[in-house]
Design a binder for this molecule. Sequence first.
Ligand code: UD1
Length: 382
Amino acid sequence: MKIISIVGARPNFIKIAPFIHEIEKYNAINTNKIEHLLVHTGQHYDDRMSKAFFNALNIPTADINLGIGSGSHAEQVGCTMIAFEKILLKEKTDWIVVVGDVNATLACSITAKKYHIKVCHIEAGLRSGDEKMPEEINRIVTDRLSDLLLVPDKLSGENLKKEGVHENRITFVGNIMIDTLEVNMARSAKLNIYNIINNNLLEKQAHHYKALEEYALITMHRPSNVDTKKILQPLIEFFSNEITKDIHLIWPIHPRTQNRLKEFGLWGNLLNNDKIILLHPIGYNEMIKLNMKARFILTDSGGLQEESCVLGTPCLTLRWNTERPITLLENGGTSILVGNNIDRIRKEYNYIKNVKICPERPELWDGNTAKRCVNAIVDYGK
Ligand code: UD1
């Protein structure tokens, strides 16, 4: 059997690592080998957004890099489809495996399906209900086309059934991100927070942080939060003027967010604020370490919501909806949806700043998801 797996953007790398390692384990003990090719569409290309993750997570260099880079959604999806079609015509494959919800996921599923190649989607069935999110469109279309839908939780399976997907196409495998977390937790725990800060500091802010006792962690990159000044400015003012009265903030900044902050004239003040520690995008283990020791997190990232849930870090999710409701406080997780309205954020912030760490593991978030994914593909149609 031959499989081509696709990755394009940072969160994909974290999800594909355990899958590739599981194929290696499968091939070590089975005579019927799986031939595997890894295709990187090149959507994320900076070393800190891509290569650092391949190195840290021991992902083999991609067999093929499509070099797509940045662009509008239509450009990214269109260019990926054109380039990926050539690969499919050359490399006859039985399956393509896509993960998550980025533009690479969508583009490659459509391309493969038109050549009657089976599509397996890892992390299927997530729905935010918000079609203004590019990721929601990517999820809906990818799931509609996929032959095998591997879901991280039962709620996602229910979403698919409501959309009319037959249950024999759905397999509940658990959350593959947590496989990566399990493998890396001990290594991450040993990292030193000052080294993480000093090795990743943006511009010159270094020496203030020797006495950092506690901190909160922020990440933010969604277009809905960062692409308009009217929304971004009050958020920045709340972080800078209110939260920093209580605690230091560590903020590894996504390139999109950094670009917008500069464009909107908000960068200088942020850089001059002693209580805000601005970092380059940081590596996987570094992020896990910062998450483990943070008093709380503010984020619009889906992956961080999930990792915070398992690590127990209280989390304010800077979104109005989530495709990961299993991570919410009301469902036993650690996250509270606060959107980007300052009054709402302030209210929940006043609550969350005193909440204790409380780890929670949804069903099958046990570190063995990749094995169930490989088995589901091998057993497909049997
Ligand atoms: C993408 C995913 C999003 C995911 C996020 C994680 C889609 C639709 N979105 O969003 O789901 O949560 O990745 O990071 O696929 N840039 C660089 N260097 C890079 C990559 C990007 O400087 O290596 C800059 C470019 O200016 C680019 C901007 O970041 O225009 C945004 O990158 P893009 O790939 O368009 O989407 P993300 O916002 O990263």
